[in-house]
Design a protein around this ligand. Structure first.
Ligand SMILES: *Cc1c(COP(=O)(O)O)cnc(C)c1O
Ligand SMILES: [Zn+2]
Length: 416
């Protein structure tokens, strides 16, 4: 028995028994009606004390709150460090903390979603899992599939960073490089998975993956109950929406009195969620950091070095916007230049090597402080969503050159 009560359509509100639907609401075309997992909160309340008692080893510490019925796949996702970040805080003018999701087993916060989705796939008797990905979900699904003994098929845009294409293959997955955008890969994966009976972990259309991401919200509620803000990058918007769900649930269950405001950050090349948030919130002061117009790249959505948030057609924009609004939060857009500066700042200040998409959150905090959205000295958790080690080519643009020295030390700078 899981504590799931029903799956509710985000669009029309129809509710389904978990056994009656697998992905999206059948009342709408394509994946328009994404489903939200609803819980029996009395049941969650009953098991909560046991969950909160003791340290958070990994996300399965929260197993009684997750839609998985025993026999979870364990690889070590979750239970990540929340780091004090005094040097970063000085640089940004806030009381900074970094939630270090780069240490998840395959290097990103996607592991929280994959842990739950793959556990469910195995329980339902599927032997093959699939997803479309900008890279991290691919590696994550492939790693968890290997651990669970399932086959894995991955659809990625052909131009993704080399290491992100290697990692899932190393875990034994078959990788299909789609000549097109992430949106093309997503659609193709949906069609082929349906035809061949593969279990599809695609962002947002799989209602369960995002439930694993709630655990990041649980951890933040427990570890930083006094945070004023949580800053996160947004691609499809699943990560941010999942975190908000977890934060809200822990407030509802009485674990914390308050929830932080969310700062959602997008890159200039892919601003769809930001655009929608601004359009929906008339009195929002959301704006590009320099007050300028959003770059033209927003139109094709394939124009930022932050590949993990290079999502032209986000599938969870509605939920993400609602999370931002409910939290009293805001959205900002940052340039690639600001992202690379922030990537280096995070590395130099705190020893965290995050990928550009993650560094966007740091750049977003800087922009929000400059605009007065985040007040000086406020307590801000920045989520470092993924490791930079998979994409050293991007980071290469942010760092100094190697200094060449011969074996006798010729070339060594005097002032070093
Ligand atoms: C997927 C991803 C994001 C964005 O998450 P969404 O759920 O698509 O909004 C941010 N950072 C990293 C490292 C990611 O892998
Ligand atoms: Zn519906």
């Amino acid at each position: 028995m899981t504590p799931v009560e029903a799956l509710a359509c985000e669009r029309c509100g129809r509710r389904y028994a978990p056994a009656d639907v697998e992905y999206t609401c059948p009342e709408h075309d394509g994946v328009a009606g994404i489903l939200d997992v609803r819980y029996d909160y009395d049941a969650l309340s009953d098991v909560l004390a046991g969950v909160l008692d003791g340290p958070t080893e990994d996300l399965w510490t929260y197993e009684p709150l997750l839609p998985v019925d025993g026999d979870p796949v364990r690889l070590g996702a979750g239970g990540t460090d929340l780091l004090d970040a005094p040097a970063l805080g000085d640089a940004l003018g806030v009381d900074a903390l970094v939630k270090n999701e780069t240490t998840n087993p395959t290097g990103s916060n996607k592991d929280r979603g994959s842990a739950v989705a793959v556990s469910r796939a195995r329980q339902q008797g599927h032997d093959t899992v699939a997803c479309a990905s900008t890279g991290n979900a691919a590696a994550s699904l492939a790693g968890y599939a290997a651990r669970a003994g399932l086959d894995c098929r991955i659809f990625v845009p052909a131009d993704l960073p080399e290491a992100k294409a290697v990692q899932p293959r190393l875990y034994g997955a078959t990788v299909l490089g789609v000549d097109g955008t992430y949106a093309d890969a997503y659609e193709l994966c949906r069609e082929v998975s349906a035809e061949r009976g593969w279990y599809n972990r695609n962002a947002a259309m799989n209602p369960y993956a995002v439930e694993g991401k709630r655990t990041l919200g649980f951890e933040l509620a427990e570890e930083a109950p006094d945070a004023d803000w949580v800053a996160m990058p947004m691609g499809n918007g699943c990560s941010l929406a999942g975190v908000w769900k977890g934060l809200r649930e822990f407030e509802r269950l009485g674990v914390v009195d308050d929830t932080p405001r969310l700062l959602g950050v997008q890159a200039e090349g892919a601003t769809a969620i930001y655009d929608r948030f601004v359009a929906e919130s008339d009195d929002s002061d959301a704006a590009a950091p320099d007050g300028g117009a959003v770059a033209d790249g927003a139109l094709d959505g394939e124009d930022t070095t932050a590949d993990s948030i290079d999502v032209g057609v986000p599938h969870n924009a509605g939920k993400a916007c609602r999370a931002l609004a409910e939290s009293g939060g805001d959205a900002v857009v940052v340039s690639d230049e600001a992202i690379l500066d922030a990537q280096r700042l995070l590395g130099e200040c705190e020893g965290v090597f995050a990928e550009p998409a993650s560094a966007a959150a740091v750049a977003g905090v800087r922009a929000a402080v400059e605009r007065g959205t985040v007040a000086p000295g406020e307590r801000v958790v920045t989520v470092a969503t993924g490791t930079g080690l998979k994409d050293s080519a991007s980071a290469r643009e942010a760092v100094d050159d190697v200094i060449s020295v011969d074996a006798a030390g010729q070339g060594l700078p005097e002032d070093l």
